[in-house]
Design a protein around this ligand. Structure first.
Ligand SMILES: Nc1nc2c(ncn2[C@@H]2O[C@H](COP(=O)(O)OP(=O)(O)OP(=O)(O)O)[C@@H](O)[C@H]2O)c(=O)[nH]1
Ligand SMILES: [Mg+2]
Length: 201
């Protein structure tokens, strides 16, 4: 049950250089640095926000995408409420690697039901004219791999960055309310069982 002001852990995964750190920095500090160093391990920033009337503290975990840092980042996957699978639209290989990132996350985060886990897919660097990945190909991948929401973003000019993070939170609120509804229904069922017991004696 999400308390009034809930802490939600969102993790950014994807190839080195696709723009994960830039997306986090743009969203939290509204800054963009065109000479960012590669992330080593993980870093996180918090952001308070209100989505559909709910106060949320978003804890955004930014991970190192380079293969050599795999052992440094994987211990931090557990406990994530949402995973932002990130590629850049000017890097076809980073798009083809999305499946590997999803598999790596599912394994190390010990996700019980990957089909219902909230993944959101981000195609970053929308501002770069030389696209290697079309929006249609990306949307098709999302449809065929779990119906994940897809956003095309630019950390450089801030296009769609806030809406991508807010959609991730919205998904969590919706799924949490569904869980609550399920809990509520179970409580009501329990009540009905007691009635039937009382009639049998
Ligand atoms: N044109 C453009 N450049 C971007 C964008 N986002 C990031 N970059 C640049 O791409 C390079 C890599 O960005 P990072 O944010 O460091 O990428 P990363 O995914 O964190 O990389 P790792 O830390 O190695 O995993 C940097 O030079 C950024 O300035 C974008 O939306 N548009
Ligand atoms: Mg980084």
């Amino acid at each position: 049950m999400m308390s009034k002001s809930s802490l939600l852990k969102v993790i950014l995964l994807g190839d080195g250089g696709v723009g994960k750190s830039s997306l986090m920095n743009r969203y939290v500090t509204n800054k963009f640095d065109s000479h960012l160093f590669h992330t080593i391990g993980v870093e996180f920033l918090n952001k308070e926000l209100e989505v559909d009337g709910r106060q949320v503290t978003l804890q955004i975990w930014d991970t190192a995408g380079q293969e050599r840092f795999r052992s440094l980042r994987t211990p931090f996957y557990r406990g994530s409420d949402c995973c932002l699978l990130t590629f850049s639209v000017d890097d076809g290989q980073s798009f083809h690697n999305l499946a590997n990132w999803k598999k790596e996350f599912t394994y190390y985060a010990d996700v019980k039901d990957p089909d219902s886990f909230p993944f959101v897919v981000l195609g970053n660097k929308l501002d770069v004219p030389e696209r290697q990945v079309s929006g249609e190909d990306a949307r098709q991948w999302c449809r065929e791999n779990g119906g994940h929401p897809y956003f095309e973003t630019s950390a450089k000019d801030a296009t769609n960055v806030a809406s991508a993070f807010e959609e991730a939170v919205r998904r969590l609120i919706v799924s949490d309310d569904k869980d609550d509804q399920l809990d509520l229904n179970n409580t009501v069922d329990m009540h009905r069982k007691r009635d039937s017991e009382s009639t049998c004696c």
